[in-house]
Design a protein around this ligand. Structure first.
Ligand SMILES: *[C@@H]1O[C@H](CO)[C@@H](O)[C@H](O)[C@H]1NC(C)=O
Ligand SMILES: *[C@@H]1O[C@H](CO)[C@@H](O)[C@H](O)[C@H]1NC(C)=O
Length: 297
C-alpha cells in the first residue's frame, strides 16, 4: 500500500526523477524525513484532524448513543494461513475480509492489523495514543474500511468515514499473553523489510480486551504518511497485558532495513507523537469517572 501511494504522489510531482524522488519519499520516524518533516512531503500530515491524540479523560464527553462494538467473524479464522510482513515501518498481518465490525454507522470490513512499540520500557513510550499524558508500552491497530460505501481499502482510505481503526493499548505484566505469541513467535521470519511469510491463522478476537463496551471515539487520521484524515477511531478503555519478554522480542527482532542493505537499522520507536485535538471532541461510550479508574488499573 505504501508504495502505491508513493508512486501516486511521485506522478503528481513533475520534474522529479523516479529514483531520486523514491529516496526522498521513504519516510521514517526520526531523521531526515522524520515525523516533523512528514507534512512537507505528505500535506495531510499537517492537517487539523491528525492522530494519535492524548485523551484527557476530564475533557471527554459521554455519548450514551455509542453502542457496544461487536467484532464479527474475528474468531472464525478458517484454515487459510494469514500473511505476516515487515513493511519497514511495522509488522503487518493481512486479515480476511469476512472479519468485520458491527456497532458503527456502516459495516466496516477488516483489512490488516499492525503494531507500534518503543525501545525499552515504560518511560520510553511505545503506544501512539496516550491517556492523560501517559503512554502504554505498545499499541495494536486493527484497520477496517467502510465496505458499505466503498469498493475497497484504496478507495476508502482517502474519504471521510472511509476507515475504522481499533486501538488497543498494550502494557506489560508478569504473565505471558498466549494470543500475542501467534504474532510474536513468527517475527523472526520477517526480520528484514519486505519479507513476508504465511503464519497459522488464529483467533483475532483473543488479542482484544474483554470489555469492548467501554471505549473512546474520535475522528482522526492514519498515523503514518500519507496521514489521510479518514479514520473513525475507537480506543478501548481496557488495556491488554503481555509479558516483558514478549515486549522485548517485539522491540528487538525486526529491522527497518532490507536484507541486502549493509547498514542494519533496528525497527524501534515506530510511534508518532500525539497531535493537537484542535476543534475535535473525544467521546466516551461510558459514564464512569474514568480518571479514577485508570489510576487504579
Ligand atoms: C478499488 O476500487 C476502485 C473504484 O472502483 C478501482 O478503480 C480500483 O481498481 C480498486 N483497487 C483495488 C486495489 O482493487
Ligand atoms: C465525525 O465526523 C462526522 C462528520 O463526518 C460527524 O457526523 C461525527 O459526529 C464525528 N464523530 C465524532 C466522534 O466526532
Amino acid at each position: 500500500m505504501d508504495s502505491v501511494v508513493v508512486l501516486f504522489i511521485l506522478l503528481l510531482r513533475p520534474g522529479l526523477r523516479w529514483t531520486a524522488a523514491a529516496e526522498d519519499m521513504s519516510w521514517t520516524y526520526t531523521g531526515l524525513v522524520g515525523q516533523s518533516q512528514w507534512s512537507e512531503h505528505f500535506p495531510e500530515c499537517g492537517g487539523s484532524s491528525q492522530s494519535p491524540v492524548d485523551v484527557v479523560t476530564t475533557q471527554t464527553k459521554y455519548d450514551p448513543g455509542l453502542p457496544p462494538l461487536t467484532p464479527l467473524g474475528y474468531s472464525q479464522h478458517g484454515n487459510r494461513p494469514f500473511t505476516l510482513y515487515n513493511n519497514g515501518h511495522t509488522a503487518v498481518i493481512e486479515l480476511p475480509d469476512w472479519m468485520s465490525l458491527d456497532g458503527l454507522p456502516w459495516l466496516f470490513s477488516a483489512v490488516q492489523m499492525h503494531l507500534h512499540w518503543g525501545s525499552g520500557g515504560p518511560s520510553y513510550g511505545g503506544s501512539e495514543h496516550t491517556i492523560n499524558g501517559q503512554s502504554a508500552e505498545a499499541e495494536l491497530h486493527v484497520v477496517h474500511y467502510n465496505s458499505e460505501l466503498y469498493p475497497n481499502m484504496s478507495a476508502a482510505m482517502t474519504q471521510r468515514d472511509g476507515l475504522a481503526v481499533l486501538g488497543i493499548l498494550i502494557v506489560t505484566g508478569e504473565e505471558t499473553n498466549p494470543a500475542f505469541n501467534n504474532i510474536i513467535n513468527y517475527l523472526s521470519r520477517v526480520r528484514h523489510a519486505n519479507q513476508k511469510v504465511f503464519i497459522p491463522a488464529f483467533d483475532v478476537q483473543s488479542l482484544l480486551p474483554k470489555d469492548l463496551d467501554r471505549y473512546y471515539r474520535y475522528n482522526g487520521s492514519l498515523t503514518t504518511p500519507p496521514c489521510f484524515q479518514s479514520v473513525i477511531w475507537t480506543l478501548f478503555h481496557e488495556r491488554v497485558q503481555i509479558s516483558k519478554a514478549q515486549l522485548l522480542k517485539m522491540e528487538t527482532i525486526l529491522y527497518s532495513s532490507k536484507a541486502d542493505e549493509a547498514d542494519r537499522m533496528l525497527l524501534q520507536d515506530n510511534y508518532r507523537a500525539t497531535q493537537p485535538l484542535n476543534h475535535r471532541a473525544v467521546f466516551t461510550s461510558f459514564a464512569a469517572d474514568s480518571g479514577k479508574e485508570l489510576s487504579s488499573g
